[in-house]
Write a protein that binds this ligand. Structure first.
Ligand SMILES: Nc1nc2c(ncn2[C@H]2C[C@H](O)[C@@H](COP(=O)(O)OP(=O)(O)OP(=O)(O)O)O2)c(=O)[nH]1
Length: 197
């Protein structure tokens, strides 16, 4: 069965490909900003927001590819009752990282699987990340060196790159930080016989 990743995320495609899966990546192109704003207005939890966005992406492509297995994903950052998506500019990343400095925030990575155009499995992974009290000067250098890479990341960092220097503690699954709860997904795909075990 064809596996479609309903995502423009190079990181997610790289994780699935490195795990040996043959996956076709197609962007779902939903209006995440307005969906997230509407859900926040209804006081949806960060978990429900990530899950709803992941499902919307999977559903959109599953309706066009009814015979495929479609994986939809979404990751949000939760901090002090706020829910953040990707910072749009270096200034937004600077503001966000200064707010998170010396604090603990959460990343929630949701995955929803559609089979024959129906949702059959879902999971949300959560990680708690604590940032050190880095200096403004260091942050300026970090952004100058890393903005091109981290502008595609919800936290303004990539844990597997220099972004690791932001942290004193990461409590949870590495792949969930990168945006995909890979291990539960691979377990389910194996149990259902979609990938060899
Ligand atoms: N390589 C890497 N990527 C990260 C890390 N933290 C977050 N990300 C990326 C994974 C996702 O591409 C992105 C989360 O944003 P979204 O869930 O909105 O996905 P994105 O817009 O990239 O693609 P999609 O909405 O699925 O088409 O942040 C990290 O530590 N390392």
């Amino acid at each position: 069965m064809q596996i479609i990743l309903a995502s423009a995320s190079e990181t997610r495609l790289a994780l699935l490909s490195a795990a040996g899966l043959q996956v076709t990546a197609l962007p779902a192109r939903i209006d995440e900003e307005s969906m997230r704003a509407a859900l926040e207005a209804e006081e949806a939890s960060p978990l429900d927001i990530a899950d709803a966005l992941a499902e919307a992406k999977a559903r959109k492509l599953a309706e066009r590819h009814r015979e495929a297995l479609v994986i939809g994903c979404d990751q949000v950052l939760a901090f002090q009752r706020q829910v953040w998506g990707k910072p749009e500019t270096p200034e937004a990343a600077r503001r966000q990282l200064r707010a998170l400095r010396g604090q603990t925030h959460r990343l929630l990575s949701a995955v929803v699987l559609y089979e024959a155009a129906r949702p059959v499995w879902r999971h949300v992974g959560e990680v708690r990340l604590t940032m050190r009290d880095f200096s403004d000067d260091w942050l300026e250098g970090y952004l100058a060196r890393n903005w091109d890479s981290v502008k595609s990341s919800v936290g303004g960092y990539k844990l597997e790159e220099e972004g690791v220097r932001l942290f004193t503690d990461v409590e949870g699954d590495y792949f969930t930080v990168l945006g995909l709860p890979l291990l539960p997904l691979l377990t389910y795909l194996g149990q259902r016989g979609f990938i060899p075990t």
